[in-house]
Design a protein around this ligand. Structure first.
Ligand SMILES: Cc1cc2nc3c(=O)[nH]c(=O)nc-3n(C[C@H](O)[C@H](O)[C@H](O)COP(=O)(O)O)c2cc1C
Length: 331
């Protein structure tokens, strides 16, 4: 009998309860958001991308990214780097935070990052990924995963060769964001490449989980990707912004059940919970500002919410949020 689409899995010596993960999202997957994602059923969560250089300099902002939610009994830290010169030093500073796994970002398309040779520019330098994976594994003994794209651009779609370079270093898991760097985040992710990568690792007898990312916006998309691509798991990214319940919704679907969508009053409670987690983490002033993009995402597509949205754009205190959200009642 074939394995069910939703299943536990091992990443080297790490056992994870299921195969529906929260992707790393810079500017979003902070402690409050990851707490909600855990409550919403994410089996593994990733920090935002953390600079190896910043870490080795013990930058305050960088260290702040390494805080963990109490719900994260297993969690992954994502690093980005362009050289291995300060990697060991950075790892020594990282280890006391107790990550369960370390992921290397080879997908970020932001010029500030790629001009240094980090993020998706790593895909032009396969020797560096082999070396980085090897060093992290030797130095920490932790499982290491690599998150890559199809390639730098259409002329260099080297995801198979680059995956091989990561595997040569001992990578324990691969996540393919099925777009090139030059495709950015535009529709449509090329899911066929996920199937090809899975076939490649199977043919070469690598027993490492292959995860897919790209255009997972609805719970049903997880089922479609798992079914169509034959991969081991999926990572929700933008689909989790404004819906951190998407993990349990996808799991319900995979179990053949209907999933519930929050009522307006449940959505109101969820937004307030998010705000309160943000206030506990950042303080009221910063939290109220940072919460605006999340509120907009929660209210996207919600009928008769335009005046609430208008009020929230100007909200600077918890009280303002509560006042604005009073309008979010069951119709
Ligand atoms: C705002 C934003 C921030 C992101 N930050 C990261 C990051 O820090 N590390 C990373 O590997 N990918 C990052 N990504 C890429 C996502 O993890 C994911 O691979 C991508 O959004 C494709 O999935 P989707 O189409 O389902 O959103 C980011 C994407 C977005 C939209």
């Amino acid at each position: 009998m074939s394995e069910p689409l939703y299943h536990p899995l091992s990443i080297a010596n790490l056992t994870v309860e299921g195969n529906i993960f929260l992707a790393p999202l810079a500017g979003y997957t902070d402690v409050p958001f990851r707490t909600l994602a855990k409550e919403g059923g994410a089996d593994l969560t990733f920090t935002e991308m953390v600079s190896v250089e910043g870490l080795s300099r013990e930058g305050e902002k960088t260290l702040h990214l390494l805080e963990r939610s109490p719900l994260e009994t297993v969690w992954a830290v994502q690093l980005f780097l362009y050289s291995t010169s300060s990697l060991r030093q950075a790892l020594d500073l990282l280890l006391p935070y107790g990550p369960s796994m370390i992921d290397i970002n080879c997908g970020c398309p932001v010029p500030k990052v790629t001009k240094t040779g980090a993020g998706s520019a790593m895909m032009k330098n396969p020797a560096l990924i082999t070396e980085a994976v090897r060093i992290i594994k030797d130095h920490t003994g932790l499982p290491v995963s690599v998150k890559l794209r199809i390639g730098w651009d259409q002329e260099s779609r080297n995801y198979l060769a680059f995956s091989q370079a990561a595997l040569d270093g001992g990578s324990d898991m691969l996540t393919l964001h099925a777009r090139t760097r030059s495709q950015g985040y535009a529709p449509f992710a090329e899911w066929a490449t996920l199937k090809t990568l899975k076939q490649y690792t199977t043919d070469h007898h690598y027993a490492v989980p292959i995860f897919g990312s790209g255009d997972l916006f609805e719970p049903i998309d997880a089922k479609r990707m798992l079914t169509e691509c034959g991969i081991d798991g999926v990572m929700f990214a933008r689909g989790a912004i404004g819906n951190p319940l998407i993990f349990n919704q996808a799991k319900a679907l995979l179990a053949g059940q209907e999933y519930s969508v929050p009522t307006r009053s449940e959505l109101r409670a969820l937004i307030i919970r998010h705000l309160d987690l943000m206030i506990a983490h950042y303080g009221e002033e910063s939290a109220c500002k940072a919460m605006r993009k999340h509120s907009a995402a929660y209210l996207k597509g919600i009928a008769k919410s335009s005046s609430i949205k208008q009020q929230l754009v100007q909200a600077v205190t918890r009280e303002h949020y509560l006042d604005a959200l009073n309008g979010l009642v069951d119709l």
